[in-house]
Design a binder for this molecule. Structure first.
Ligand code: AHM
Ligand code: MG
Length: 333
């Protein structure tokens, strides 16, 4: 019997760095291992989420006398802890915190900025549906005068991302990431606690046959979006479309990445700027989409070209296959 070689994410990253950045110090791999560790801790807790009611409700003490935390708070702390101890992370910013957290003011050591959504789609936890962690890694830019505010180091356009990815806590736990040299997927082998490569060079189909949107909002979408959806349903787009919507961005995007089609969260009456967050939802997803041959736009231009002005800024997000995005632009531009 022939055995396939088990390639862990660390091995893969090591090879990738050797190929593309022979001078690399290994610091980046060290940083990424902080993320993989945190997501294993989070994934373990997600698996046991249904037992929270038995072990104790949120804010209460569980049978061991420990205070039970909400899962998204727990996920946030796991990431802050695992990244904060890495030594080369200067600034962290999270969906769970109002402000960016400065870990290391010394620019010589603190090279990286990490922005994340610790547990996306958390409204799905109670019903045993997939949730995820999303992350984006930026370089801290040089600051000759030493006066730049930490937030300015965070608010960089998505094009400047060094790496981005997500972990989807689904029927298996999968990590998908890019450093700008293609998109790779790793599945957690729970028996050995390692992420093993399972998806080499993921590419999004040029056109799919699924669209993904919260259709309950569609009466309040700008007209172009409504006509676009009607066009997809009409069969005139060359495919018979079906709809899929989970309500967890990571899971909805993961499917779109593998199967193609389009995911959209347009402006609505409740969210005139769109609901999703630019820095830690749209940017990392857009980087992955482009690296896989797809596209991500805000209805006008590429997400990755937007200049952020606030940490928790929202944006419309339309992401998917080339063909579906081209069609959308004809309707909304
Ligand atoms: P959250 O960060 O509060 O979990 O909200 C983000 C989630 C995304 O995962 C998902 O795409 C979207 O909100 C779903 O929103 P809606 O329920 O309005 O369709
Ligand atoms: Mg979120």
């Amino acid at each position: 019997m022939q055995h396939q070689q088990l390639v862990t994410i660390q091995q893969h990253l090591y090879e990738e760095q050797r190929r593309n950045y022979p001078q690399a110090s290994g610091e980046f791999s060290w940083l990424l291992s902080g993320i993989t560790l945190a997501t294993k801790i989070i994934g373990d807790r997600v698996r046991r989420a249904g037992l929270t009611d038995i072990l104790g409700v949120t804010g209460d003490q569980n049978v061991q006398g420990e205070l039970v935390q909400k899962l998204d708070v727990f996920a946030n702390q796991a990431l802050l802890h695992c990244l904060g101890s890495r030594g080369n992370v200067a600034i962290m910013a999270s969906e769970e915190g109002e402000h960016a957290i400065v870990v290391d003011r010394d620019r010589k050591h603190g090279k990286y900025v990490v922005v994340f959504d610790p547990l996306d789609g958390s409204s799905n936890i109670d019903v045993n549906v997939n949730v995820g962690t999303i992350f984006s890694i930026l370089r801290r830019e040089p600051d000759a005068t030493g006066t730049r505010e930490p937030l300015a180091d965070v608010l960089q356009p998505g094009r400047k991302q060094l790496a981005a990815g997500y972990v989807v806590y689904g029927s298996s736990t999968m990590l998908v990431y890019t450093t700008g040299h293609g998109v790779y997927g790793f599945t957690l082998d729970p028996s050995i606690g390692a992420y093993i490569i399972s998806h080499e060079r993921i590419t999004m189909p040029k056109q799919g046959s699924l669209y993904s949107v919260n259709e309950a909002n569609s009466d309040t979408f700008p007209e172009g979006y409504r006509r676009y959806l009607a066009h997809l349903r009409s069969g005139e787009a060359g495919k018979t479309y079906s709809s899929r919507y989970i309500g967890s961005l990571v899971a909805d995007f993961h499917r779109t990445l593998l199967k193609g089609g389009v995911f959209l969260y347009p402006p609505t009456i409740h969210y005139p700027q769109g609901k999703l967050r630019l820095m830690y939802e749209a940017n990392p997803i857009a980087f992955l989409a482009e690296q896989a041959g797809g596209r991500a736009i805000d209805g006008q231009g590429d997400i990755l070209d937007l200049q952020p002005t606030a940490l928790h800024q929202r944006t419309p997000l339309i992401v998917g296959s080339q063909k579906e995005i081209e069609m959308l632009l004809q309707f909304v531009r």
